[in-house]
Design a protein. Structure first.
Length: 147
């Protein structure tokens, strides 16, 4: 799997907690990153975009039950790994959320959402480096017919 991820010129494995298996799952399940207009669209597809739940005076957020569950699981694996690494940025973010009064589950939801944005940006940067900018998968400008 590491060879296949390397053949895709992906930098996903530079993210803490992402190994060859998780990187392959992310690439295989998400497809071309530019098909998502924004990180929020990618988060919605992954099921990491929070849903607001209101009752009386309380407003809370919970995780969406929709979206690609395999992508959500891959992001959860990254989040768990980062929380277990004492010097990681994910652990520092999780600890800040706990200090703000969030529960462990809420802090993990926030971390997963933040990781979703980072993974999307990494995949977009990889795609641009290969020559396929947002909205384009490959080819040159001469491939586009203009009226």
């Amino acid at each position: 799997m590491a060879e296949l991820v390397a053949a895709c010129d992906s930098h996903l494995m530079t993210i803490g907690g992402v190994g060859p298996v998780v990187a392959a799952r992310l690439l295989g399940r998400s497809g071309v990153a530019s098909r998502f207009a924004s990180p929020a669209a990618f988060a919605s597809y992954c099921g990491t975009a929070p849903i607001e739940i209101s009752s009386a005076d309380k407003t809370r957020h919970r995780l969406s039950r929709h979206g690609n569950r395999q992508l959500n699981n891959a992001l959860h694996t990254i989040a768990l790994t980062q929380v277990r690494m004492p010097a990681s940025r994910g652990r520092a973010y999780h600890d800040r959320k706990i200090a703000q009064g969030k529960t462990h589950a809420e802090a993990m939801r926030c971390l997963r959402r933040r990781l979703t944005d980072h993974v999307w940006r990494t995949m977009i940067a990889d795609q641009r480096a290969r020559g396929g900018g947002p909205g384009r998968t490959s080819g040159s400008d001469s491939d586009i017919q203009r009226d």
